[in-house]
Design a protein around this ligand. Structure first.
Ligand code: 2PG
Ligand code: MG
Length: 440
């Protein structure tokens, strides 16, 4: 079964920016994928091709990427006679060869990834299996199926909202649920309680939401955010059954060796790396924080390594690693972190994303699958998370269509597993290393 045609179009993402949509046609049908886009992008990420034609979309157009798919990638895949059932890796390698650059800057990672995802969907349907099965086979995963713990980003700051909060994401995770579905319910209940509490403290206008669906009240210090969340959890009677996570996305406010927590305020609020470390230690001690993602900037290796030396919780590299195997190896060598974020568009193909996840796991790290702040209703990452047995994922708040698309897909997958012969577990408290559950 070969690829008959590859087409692409420019469509809008959740922020109203253009993005790439791909259609791959085979005898089994037409399979679509859409590409996400970050706001707090790391400088080591694969290249996102934009038109920079200022007369349209403020230069954000992706027509060049669309043309690259129509004129270069599509014909090469059709001529190559690839079978998407068995040749995902070959298809992805062919696109990397066509591009020929280390960071996909010729054809654009946004062009290449869209095709890669759509081919995986074509391969799954032609193989008569759900996408998570197809990707699981690609990843060589065996053992029970793991439903991930969702990390809901319920308070938005940083580059994702217009408020004063420097930290980009404050997340809540239902680790004490029994199933994903129960976890989704807990997340939704906490979200709604949080709305009430934000209204009470800051007034109704503060319940406006940020790019990932979380509230964006005028918070200045991280404790304020965690106190609000604590109150919401308590209100729902869920104390002890949830954990918190923080993604400060600190590359965004790192300059000249220091961090400026006031970067969105009139006055700077400068902290040295040592002060940042102390602040994180205090937060971890005071609140049930289980993940710190990008607490230090992408090239502040020294702070990462010093903090990691005594860090007992999950310390995740996002901008630091950019889902790039070279950066992962570098971080491992420097002992900079103990976990990786997995974002397909940071590297640019499904195959390379899976390989990077496997590399992380082989180093004893956990893998935290992530959406981007600019999303579409494409729910590919839900299947990818189950396929990898990653144990946890983040897709924003339990609010906004492009965010809940992934959570809803995960509920569908869980329902399917429940009705099948397959053995499966909800990662729960063991979200970092869910494979260990299987051993028990
Ligand atoms: C992050 C992401 C996703 P962005 O930093 O983890 O939440 O944000 O897509 O803007 O890089
Ligand atoms: Mg991040």
């Amino acid at each position: 079964m070969t690829i008959l045609e590859v087409d692409a179009a420019q469509r809008l993402d959740s922020r109203g920016n253009p993005t790439v949509q791909v259609d791959v046609k085979t005898i089994a049908g037409t399979f679509r994928a859409s590409v996400p886009s970050g706001a707090s992008r790391g400088k080591h990420e694969a290249f996102e091709l934009r038109d920079h034609e200022m007369r349209a979309y403020g230069g954000q157009g992706v027509l060049a990427a669309v043309r690259n798919i129509q004129k270069i990638i599509g014909p090469a895949l059709v001529d190559g006679g690839f079978d998407p059932r068995y040749q995902q890796a070959e298809i992805d390698a062919c696109m990397c060869r066509l591009d020929g650059t280390p960071n996909k800057s010729r054809l654009g990672a946004n062009a290449i990834l869209g095709v890669s995802m759509a081919c995986a969907r074509a391969g799954a349907v032609a193989s008569d299996v759900p996408l998570y099965e197809f990707l699981r086979r690609e990843a060589g995963e065996i053992g029970p199926y793991v439903m991930p713990v969702p990390f809901f980003n319920v308070l938005n700051g940083g580059r994702h909202s217009g408020n004063t909060m420097a930290f980009q994401e404050i997340m809540v995770a239902p680790t004490g649920a029994q199933t994903f579905e129960e976890g989704a319910r807990m997340g939704s209940e906490i979200y709604h309680a949080l709305r009430e509490i934000v209204t009470e403290y800051y007034g109704a206008p503060a319940t406006a939401i940020g790019d990932e669906g979380g509230f964006a009240p005028p918070i200045k210090q991280p404790e304020e955010a965690l106190d609000l969340l604590t109150a919401a959890v308590e209100h729902c009677g869920l104390t002890g059954r949830v954990k918190f996570a923080i993604d400060p996305a600190s590359s965004q406010f790192f300059k000249d060796g220091v961090y400026d927590l006031g970067f969105k305020c009139a006055e700077p609020d400068i902290r040295t790396p040592d002060q940042m470390m102390q602040m994180y230690r205090d937060l971890v001690e005071k609140y049930p924080v289980s993940i710190l993602e990008d607490p230090f900037a992408e090239d502040d290796w020294d702070s990462w390594a010093r903090f990691n030396a005594s860090c007992e919780i999950e310390l995740v590299g996002d901008d630091l690693l950019a889902t790039n195997p070279c950066r992962v190896r570098m971080a491992h060598q420097k002992k900079a972190c103990n976990a990786m974020v997995l974002k397909m568009n940071q590297i640019g193909t499904v195959t390379e994303a899976i390989e990077t996840a496997r590399l992380g796991k082989s180093l004893g790290w956990s893998v935290f699958v992530s959406h981007r702040s600019g999303e579409t209703i494409d729910d590919f990452i839900a299947d990818l998370t189950v396929a990898l047995g990653a144990g946890h994922m983040k897709s924003g708040a339990p609010c906004r269509g492009e965010r809940v698309a992934k959570y809803n897909r995960l509920m569908d997958i869980e329902a399917e597993l429940r009705g099948s012969w397959k053995s499966w577990v909800y990662a729960g408290e063991r979200f970092r290393f869910p494979a260990e559950i299987a051993v028990i």
